[in-house]
Structure formats: structure tokens, C-alpha cells
Design a protein around this ligand. Structure first.
Ligand SMILES: Cc1cc2nc3c(=O)[nH]c(=O)nc-3n(C[C@H](O)[C@H](O)[C@H](O)COP(=O)(O)OP(=O)(O)OC[C@H]3O[C@@H](n4cnc5c(N)ncnc54)[C@H](O)[C@@H]3O)c2cc1C
Length: 392
């Protein structure tokens, strides 16, 4: 068996998947270079919900404590009508008890900063675009370069392309926690479903409140004034939506059309190259699991490399372990997207009636099936060569 010491990896992309994979490999003794094409490397996208499966991975990566310090612990996940009428509520404390970790809301920049500090700035090469992944000199190349992955296209030039899902998403951070005080929204993650439109509210620690919205829209449609568009669409929805919209700073709203990769059409490895995160399996955002799966990829990949004798056999093992889960969640997220983005009034009536008739325990069980995943736990075959300390 080859020894691991002295083995080198290039990770293409410094988003959540790339930073987490770089950290996982570095903790296992690999010499890691994470190449990120942007100059600041800031994880774009306002905020995130981290489910217990992700928090378990952060624990393995040695950063769960630092992440929790910056995050909000979410006690509830609710679904409402635009009038404010409650359709369903999942007790996130009970979910945390069953899954062994809490549900967290965090600003992406905070998560990115914690992962970067733990990885070590020396391993992160900013402003460094990879144009020829095959030319990288390393024992292992990891494609963590997002949904339009160059690494994926270079391995499979005729492979799957991102699929536009017929709707668009806006995201923003509202600084300060005051706007949620006294409303049920302070307790946890809340989503509201209208007709072909959704609005979500998530407290994200000292960074404030993460809000997101979706609406059916053709690819590429833009409003010009995206904040004005949000206020026009959602300004009459239940509290605290209007107050949050009023508090968003102009020019800070992000808008992206929603795409995914065709379900089941993708492989995760070839030779010495592995794909992680959205490069491997971008899903619609309806389960709030894309970044969580990226964290899972990172720990499973590092574990497989630790357990197997060669890079190609480890990557085969990684693919075998990951494909069933990511395929199932991608399908589920598409299904949920159809339901959540329903626009026909009769379908919406039937949907809302079905959701409110579903017993809370079934909602909890469904959430547990997704968030109850645990990282592989078998011990490493030899001690890691270098273990960066968890930042304080
Ligand atoms: C509206 C919305 C809400 C979401 N909410 C959640 C949520 O609550 N919870 C959750 O878990 N997930 C959520 N997701 C999904 C999550 O955002 C993604 O799954 C996750 O960010 C993917 O991370 P990544 O690192 O794989 O890709 P990316 O974030 O796309 O990072 C890829 C990085 O690679 C870099 N790069 C690309 N090409 C190159 C190159 N050639 N050379 C060097 N660098 C390169 C890019 O600059 C980028 O920094 C949401 C998604 C959306 C759209």
C-alpha cells in the first residue's frame, strides 16, 4: 500500500465544497492547494441552513464549535400561506435530538471564513483560475468548481449540462436581528408558499437575517431593480416579510436562475479526479441540502482515500458511497420544487390542504430521513501527518 505522506491534491474551486474538501484532505496529511478563480474567495449567496447531517461533518472537520459560535440555532421549521396561516411546523429541537446535532442558520461569508481559517490561508490560492485540469501536477485533482464545472466538462465533454428549472431565486442578508424580535420568525427557519412564489426567512447569528425568494420566470429574465421587484411581489405578505424587505440595502440583492444537473446522469470520478459539491450533483435548492451534501462529500472522500490503497480505488469507493444518496436527494428536491412552485389556484388549494393535513410526526420523520445521515466513522489506518487546530 502507498503511504499517504507526501501525497498532493489540487482542489479546483474555493466555495464551500472546495474549502471543506481541502480541509478534510489536509487534516488527513495531504499536501493541498485550493485554487479559486475569484480574488476574494468570499462564499457568495447570503445565508444557508445547515442541517444536522452537515453539522456532523463540521464536527469531523474540527470546526463545528467555531461555526456554532457564529450561527443561529433554529428551533423550528415552519411553512405558511402568504396570509400567515400556518400550514406545517417541524420541531427542530426534536429533530436535533434524533439526529445528534442541531439545525443552524449561518451567513455564507461566516462559514467560508471559518473553513478558510481552518484550512490555512497558505493552502488557498485566490485569483487563480484553472484552465486545464488535466495539466495540474498532483496525485489527486478535485473538481469543486460549481454547477458549470470545467473539471466535469473536461472529463465528460458530452456529459450532462445544467437544466433550467423554470424559476428564479433572490437572496439577501438583512443586518441586525431586531426585525424578527416578537415574531415567530425569530425561533427558526420559516418558508411561505404562494402561487408560483415563495419567501424564506432564516436568522443567521450576528450577521442578521437571511431572506430568499423564488418565482416562476423564464431563464435570464431580470427586473433591473431587483429589490423593487421583491417589494412589489412580496410586500403584502405576512409579517415580518414587509419589514425585512424594507430593511434590505439597495444593491445587495442577488438573483440567480435555478438550475440543477439531470438526476442520475452524472458520475463522480474518473482516474485521479473526483467531483464534489455542485460540480458533482447540483440540486434544486428546495431541501436546503446542496452545501450540506458538499460537506458530506468532503468527509466521505477523505475517508475513502484513507481507507483504500490507491487513489483510483478510493475514488471508486467514494462514488459508490455517494451516488445513491445524492441521486435520491436530487429527485426529491425536484419533486418538492414542482409542489412548492405550483401556480394553478386549484393545485395550490389541494397542495396547501394536503400539507396542513399531514401530521407533524410525518414531517419530522421525512426531515429525519434526509438529515439523519452520519459521516463514516471507521478509524484512520494511520495517524494524520498534520492536523490544523480548530480556530478559536
Ligand atoms: C437560492 C438557494 C438557496 C440555497 N440554500 C441552501 C441551504 O440553505 N443549505 C444548503 O446546504 N445549500 C443551499 N443551497 C445550495 C448551495 O448554495 C450550493 O449547493 C453550494 O453553495 C455549492 O457549493 P460549491 O462549493 O459546490 O459550489 P460554488 O459555491 O458554486 O463554488 C464553486 C467555486 O469554484 C470557483 N471556480 C469555478 N471555476 C473555477 C476554475 N476554473 N478555477 C478556479 N476556481 C473556479 C468559483 O469561483 C466558486 O468560488 C442553496 C442554493 C440556492 C440557489
Amino acid at each position: 500500500m502507498e503511504t499517504r505522506s507526501g501525497r498532493s491534491a489540487v482542489v479546483v474551486g474555493g466555495g464551500i465544497a472546495g474549502l471543506a474538501t481541502g480541509l478534510a484532505l489536509r487534516r488527513a496529511g495531504w499536501d493541498v492547494r485550493v485554487r479559486e478563480r475569484t480574488a476574494d474567495g468570499a462564499a457568495a449567496g447570503a445565508g444557508l441552513v445547515l442541517w444536522p447531517n452537515a453539522v456532523h461533518c463540521l464536527q469531523v472537520l474540527g470546526v463545528a464549535g467555531a461555526v456554532r459560535e457564529r450561527a443561529s440555532v433554529l428551533h423550528r421549521s415552519t411553512l405558511r400561506r402568504p396570509s400567515g396561516r400556518l400550514l406545517s411546523s417541524v420541531d427542530a429541537r426534536e429533530l436535533a435530538r434524533r439526529c445528534g446535532q442541531p439545525l443552524l442558520g449561518i451567513a455564507r461569508a461566516d462559514l467560508g471564513e471559518v473553513l478558510t481559517r481552518a484550512l490555512g490561508r497558505d493552502a488557498l490560492h485566490l485569483g487563480c483560475e484553472v484552465t486545464d485540469p488535466a495539466g495540474e501536477e498532483a496525485d489527486l485533482v478535485v473538481g469543486a468548481d460549481g454547477i458549470s464545472s470545467l473539471v466535469r466538462r473536461s472529463l465528460w465533454p458530452d456529459g450532462p449540462r445544467p437544466d433550467h428549472r423554470g424559476y428564479t431565486a433572490w437572496r439577501a442578508l438583512v443586518p441586525g436581528a431586531d426585525l424578527l424580535r416578537g415574531t415567530g420568525a425569530a425561533e427558526g427557519a420559516g418558508e411561505t408558499w404562494g402561487r408560483g412564489e415563495r419567501f424564506g426567512v432564516v436568522p443567521v447569528g450576528a450577521a442578521g437575517t437571511y431572506v430568499y425568494a423564488t418565482a416562476d420566470a423564464p431563464r435570464g429574465a431580470r427586473a433591473g431593480d431587483e429589490l423593487g421587484e421583491l417589494r412589489e411581489r412580496f410586500g403584502r405578505w405576512h409579517a415580518p416579510v414587509p419589514a425585512l424587505l424594507a430593511a434590505i440595502e439597495p444593491g445587495t440583492v442577488l438573483r440567480h436562475d435555478v438550475h440543477d444537473l439531470p438526476v442520475g446522469a452524472t458520475a463522480l470520478q474518473r482516474g485521479r479526479t473526483a467531483l464534489v459539491g455542485d460540480a458533482a450533483h447540483a440540486l434544486e435548492p428546495n431541501l436546503g441540502q446542496g452545501a450540506c451534501l458538499a460537506l458530506e462529500d468532503a468527509v466521505v472522500l477523505a475517508h475513502a482515500l484513507d481507507a483504500e490503497g490507491s487513489v483510483p480505488s478510493a475514488l471508486l469507493r467514494y462514488e459508490r458511497e455517494r451516488l445513491p444518496r445524492v441521486t435520491a436527494l436530487a429527485r426529491r428536491s425536484r419533486h418538492l420544487g414542482h409542489l412548492a412552485q405550483s401556480a394553478h389556484p386549484l393545485l395550490v388549494l389541494a397542495r396547501d390542504a394536503a400539507v396542513s393535513a399531514t401530521p407533524a410526526r410525518l414531517g419530522l420523520r421525512a426531515a429525519g430521513r434526509v438529515a439523519g445521515w452520519r459521516p463514516p466513522t471507521s478509524p484512520p489506518t494511520s495517524p494524520p501527518a498534520r492536523t490544523p487546530q480548530e480556530p478559536r
